[in-house]
Ligand binder design. Structure first.
Ligand code: CO8
Length: 153
């Protein structure tokens, strides 16, 4: 199945969280499921915070990259365009907020589910949650902004 990240051009596919070209990264893959998006990720033993539980920074990065992918998909949908069609849309994180509701157990697959809260102009606000065994352990919000052509300058 085609993931949203599969549509990222090679020159922006090096992100540590979601770049398919980053051999050391998480390489998350996000799929549209109706009005929601879903990513599945299984943390490794070295993603430990306190033994038995997942490191919060990893969980934040899953929300982050799931959010920017959800934002891109939402904009394509709003424009009635196929994901990845030219001109390619790229979103970066303007703001990320994360609440750790419960400790997230280490040792199984996590599910990250996202939905669009607001889509306006060059900005998309995405809400996303991490679930472990169906229990919501983390909730976050990503403000994703369309990457300006001048990015980095
Ligand atoms: C392409 C695949 C890569 C995937 C990336 C994965 C996630 C990442 O790790 S990205 C790396 C981390 N993020 C960055 O480095 C971004 C650095 N910041 C920037 O480049 C700029 O500040 C940027 C692009 C976010 C916003 O620039 P700006 O000139 O304000 O853009 P602009 O187009 O005017 O603003 C867009 C909208 O976002 C809003 N906005 C900008 N920053 C923020 C913020 N911090 N909080 C809330 N809203 C914000 C603006 O108010 C504007 O909203 P509106 O349209 O309602 O007025």
């Amino acid at each position: 199945m085609q993931a949203i990240q599969d549509s990222y051009p090679d020159n922006v596919a090096h992100c540590y969280g979601c770049g398919s070209q980053n051999a050391h990264g998480h390489r998350i893959r996000t799929f549209q499921e109706g009005e929601e998006t879903v990513t599945r990720f299984t943390p490794e033993a070295y993603h430990t915070a306190i033994p038995g539980f997942v490191y919060g920074g990893l969980l934040a990065s899953l929300i982050d990259c799931h959010g920017t992918a959800t934002a891109a998909a939402a904009r394509y949908r709003a424009e009635g365009r196929e994901i990845g069609s030219a001109p390619v849309l790229r979103f970066v994180t303007a703001s990320l907020s994360v609440s750790f509701l419960k400790p997230t157990p280490l040792g199984g697959e996590l599910e990250i589910r996202g939905r669009v809260k607001e889509l306006r102009g060059r900005k998309v606000i995405v809400e996303a949650s991490v679930f472990a065994d169906g229990v919501e352990t983390v909730r976050g919000e990503v403000v994703a902004a369309e990457m300006p052509a001048s990015f980095g300058n």
